[in-house]
Design a protein around this ligand. Structure first.
Ligand code: NDP
Ligand code: MG
Length: 384
């Protein structure tokens, strides 16, 4: 039996993780954590009977405790609760499915306590990959990718020698605005942005997919996960989201992983030791698939992609600045306080203001994040 801890159990990845656990008798839940959705968390507690849960919001935790009076589960709050949920002594594997930089500390603490990590939360590797990857190696901890592209690469390199990788080809759907001009993007609304053509995901990553910042974050994530230089990572647009990514080896062979877009497969692959288990969703029917097409990403129109890759190449604290600025800009966009194109402007302004620090420790990452957020709040106050 593998004992699983799920951070972000009420989200898109969290809910699909619980579907996978339902289907696999050798997986069992020991802790759950969410931000504030106690209605769903309560249902999950009653079904999975974890030993500990965390609700980040103190107020919501109090309400949940009241509802669960007769239940045995311990309810914690805040960062202490997240860390405790991520490091339970009986836990074997942490599914990191919270969104944003809030995941960094719990993940670092889990790695220190030798918990394997099924990683959906890409913001953590983007900002703290230089801390997490060496620590994972030292502690002999597996970092198992859940992001579909990285899972595809992970599947393609199974049994291969990583030193023979020539190129990682990350595919991008291009999001809802693929092919649009900047002039057209000036008019897009929040509703247009949240309408992703192929994937149903949380709101933040759906916006990131539309700006293509998501693909930039994934380039950085790939660099850390697979230990390859940026020159060896290529982004191509594959609008049908059928090829989830590819790996080219030095002899010219290219391996790809294909399938209908469904996150259950990468989640199950990470949770079940790379075993091929139950099927989710529709099988891919090539006879009904009229075409698989490819395109170049438009780095000028989707400037967020170019900025994110640039931040990765600069390295040090720059990815933190890019990521923190993006997180705040996306929040402002979701609150309808800024326009779609302003997201990339905010990222660019933050990066221009920053003087890079090499190898920032966790405290420096946190301080830089706060600084970036404060400056954005000050500058965009007029937008409220
Ligand atoms: P969602 O917004 O659907 O879910 C986020 C989860 O995080 C929710 O359970 C939410 O709780 C929880 N959360 C938010 N803030 C806190 C907090 N302070 N403390 C504890 N829990 C918190 O996001 P997704 O599931 O879409 O994405 C999660 C991560 O996975 C992101 O990093 C994303 O980039 C990545 N990812 C997602 C994919 C997808 O298909 N969705 C694909 C690849 C990667 P609550 O519901 O209570 O707010
Ligand atoms: Mg992805």
């Amino acid at each position: 039996m593998k004992h699983v801890m799920v951070l972000g159990s009420t989200g898109s990845i969290g809910r699909q993780t619980l579907d996978v656990i339902r289907q696999n008798d050798d997986l069992d839940v020991v802790s759950l954590a969410a931000g504030s959705n106690i209605d769903l968390l309560e249902e999950q507690i009653r079904e999975f009977n974890p030993e500990l849960v965390c609700v980040y919001s103190e107020e919501k935790a109090t309400a949940l405790r009241r509802r669960l009076r007769t239940n045995q589960v311990k309810v914690m709050t805040g960062m202490e609760g997240l860390i405790t949920s991520a490091t339970l002594p009986q836990g074997d594997l942490l599914v990191a499915a919270v969104v944003g930089m809030i995941g960094i500390r719990p993940i670092i603490e889990a790695v220190k306590r030798r918990k394997d990590i099924a990683l959906a939360n890409k913001e953590t590797l983007v900002t703290a990959g230089h801390i997490i990857m060496p620590l994972a190696e030292k502690m002999d901890v597996k970092i198992l990718p859940v992001d579909s592209e990285h899972s595809a690469v992970f599947q393609c390199i199974n049994g291969e020698n990583c030193s023979e990788i020539e190129k990682i080809i990350l595919t991008a759907s291009g999001g809802p605005f693929f092919g649009k001009s900047r002039a057209e993007l000036e008019k897009v609304t929040l509703e247009d942005t949240l309408n992703h053509p192929n994937w149903s995901m949380g709101r933040k990553i759906t916006v990131d997919s539309a700006t293509m910042v998501n693909k930039g974050l994934e380039v950085i994530e790939a660099k850390w996960l697979f230990g390859v230089d940026y020159e060896k990572i290529q982004v191509i647009v594959q609008p049908q989201s059928i090829i989830h990514s590819m790996v080219e080896f030095q002899d010219g062979a290219i391996l790809a992983q294909l399938g209908t877009p469904d996150m259950h497969l990468p989640i199950q692959y990470a949770l079940c030791d790379r075993k091929r288990k139950g099927r989710y969703g529709e099988p891919l029917d090539f006879t009904r698939l009229s075409e698989i097409t490819f395109g170049q990403p438009d780095m000028e129109t989707f400037r967020g992609l170019a900025l994110a890759i640039e931040a990765g190449k600069i390295g040090g604290s720059m990815p933190t600045v890019m990521n923190a600025a993006n997180e705040r800009a996306v929040e402002l966009f979701l609150q309808k306080k800024i326009s779609f194109l302003t997201i990339a402007d905010i990222i660019e302004e933050a990066m221009q203001r920053h003087t890079v620090i090499k190898n920032p420790e966790f405290d420096a990452i946190s301080a830089i994040e706060q600084e970036v957020l404060a400056k954005i709040n000050e500058t965009y106050q007029g937008s409220y």
